[in-house]
Design a binder for this molecule. Structure first.
Ligand code: AMP
Ligand code: MG
Length: 440
């Protein structure tokens, strides 16, 4: 059985654990070393085997953006701390409102935000109040200043039937109550969550430590930028697409460059990566019939399954463990790398980071063109989603869908996801989209 259980104390423990699982749990669907899997099976198999890292640290809010919350944030206060006005206007007792006639009130003072107004407001009286100012006891309703008429004697008149008791008043604790979980463990901290932490008066938050991910490209034909071009060689683009996707996830990236197809270089690269990283990503050399040492080295050093996934682009992928690091051996083609990363690696890394929402949501859009699709595999097409004249979303493909063609990936703002059982899509048919916004 392939065990991706995460964070064993050592590689030795991991090996023991693997052996124990194999005998105690019996053969798993992944027991086949060269398994044929659907995208859903592959995703489920990965998800079932990964555990979040435990290590955590406390960071100031300004450094918390994009980090994963390690424990619930319990609110030490009510937010807001007092009933207060939601508008600039006049605070009064709503019980005095009638449907028959305007309410005419004498103004006894002004309450400003930031300090409590001292005094009492009697029957027939009201208080001029600014947004955010505390509502004095006995007052529960605010008439916005633009609906009120001010007479020459200074009294204000509030039209009948316009307001109800409680209008334009924010209640103490209506956002958050003291002692409740304001944010849950596993939340990825975005700008709103950072603001919410600050609204509680907290300066720092407990987050999971950053995931360390090592990456290298394999293949004798792969050149690093800066090297002289040569016949048959291609520049290493995967290193930069993977680097970008890892950065967007908030990972610490260990860039190991291009590793030549040489057993001792590969062994050194895999061992170094496993000693430093929580996860190792490689590209190239995992196809069936690859005449190189990458697969052989993965087999030698780790517990790795070689999958053929019913998908396009993508198909071959190696998944397993080397030492205590999780390994994703992605195919070499540049778009296949990005698609397999989005379909499998991204949710897996988010799970390891302790994120409670690891899967990217899919949107629906209307395809402006017919798309040919064979049932029995998942296809990802590069699409440009736009808003149609009627306000609904529409999508068209961005040209050459070859698995090495990065330019059509650049023109796309999402992937059209054509599911396993789905067949041809007619022009105007609805399709699922994984938008790049927030993902790539
Ligand atoms: P492979 O999976 O090793 O058979 O590679 C499939 C295709 O992807 C080949 O055309 C490779 O030249 C290309 N390729 C592999 N690695 C990279 C890379 N790092 N950058 C760009 N293209 C690559
Ligand atoms: Mg190759």
């Amino acid at each position: 059985m392939l065990v991706l259980a995460y964070e064993s104390a050592s590689a030795h423990d991991a090996a023991l654990h693997n052996r124990r699982s194999m005998t105690e749990l019996g053969p798993s669907p992944l027991a086949a070393r060269e398994a044929n899997l659907s995208v859903a099976q592959a995703r489920a198999a990965i998800a079932a085997q990964l555990k979040p890292i435990n290590a955590r640290e406390t960071v100031p809010i300004a450094q918390a953006l994009g980090r994963m919350l390690a424990e619930d944030v319990v609110s030490p206060i009510d937010v807001p701390t007092h009933d207060n006005s939601a508008m600039d206007g006049y605070a009064f007792a709503g019980a005095r409102l009638t449907d028959e006639s305007p309410l005419v009130l004498e103004v006894v003072g002004t309450a400003l935000a930031g300090k409590a107004w001292q005094g009492t407001v009697g029957p027939g009286q009201c208080l001029k109040i600014m947004t955010g100012a505390i509502m004095p006891a006995g007052l529960d309703t605010v008439a916005p200043q633009e609906v009120v008429q001010v007479a020459t004697d200074g009294r204000v008149s509030i039209p009948a039937k316009l307001l109800r008791t409680g209008d334009n008043r924010r209640l103490k604790g209506e956002d958050l109550q003291q002692g409740c979980a304001a944010l849950h463990a596993g939340t990825r901290l975005g700008p709103a969550a950072c603001g919410l932490v600050a609204s509680l008066g907290l300066a720092a938050v407990p987050v999971k430590r950053r995931l360390r991910v090592a990456y290298f490209s394999t293949g004798d034909e792969i050149l690093s930028v800066g090297e002289a071009p040569s016949e048959g060689a291609v520049y290493d683009s995967n290193r930069y697409t993977v680097f970008g996707m890892l950065k967007h996830l908030g990972c610490e990236v260990i860039d190991m460059g291009v590793v030549r197809d040489d057993p001792s270089l590969l062994e050194h690269a895999f061992s170094t990566a496993a000693s430093k990283a929580d996860a190792i990503i490689t590209s190239g050399g995992v196809s069936v019939g690859e005449a190189d040492y990458t697969k052989a080295m993965m087999k030698k050093l780790g517990d790795v399954a070689f999958w053929r996934i019913a998908m396009r682009p993508g198909r071959p992928m190696a998944v397993g463990r080397i030492g205590s690091s999780v390994l994703f051996g992605l195919p070499g083609n540049p778009v296949a790398v990005m698609v397999t990363f989005l379909a499998f690696v991204r949710p897996a890394l988010l799970r390891m980071m302790g994120c409670s929402a690891a899967d990217a949501p899919l949107l629906k859009a209307r395809s402006t063109e017919a798309i040919r699709k064979k049932p029995g595999r998942t296809e990802y097409q590069r699409g440009l989603v736009t808003t149609a004249a009627d306000g609904t979303l529409q999508v068209r493909t961005t040209g050459n869908q070859g698995s090495g063609v990065l330019s059509s990936m650049v023109q796309a703002n999402g992937l059209i996801v054509l599911h396993h059982a789905q067949g041809n899509v007619g022009a105007g048919g609805e399709v699922d989209i994984m938008m790049f916004d927030g993902v790539l």
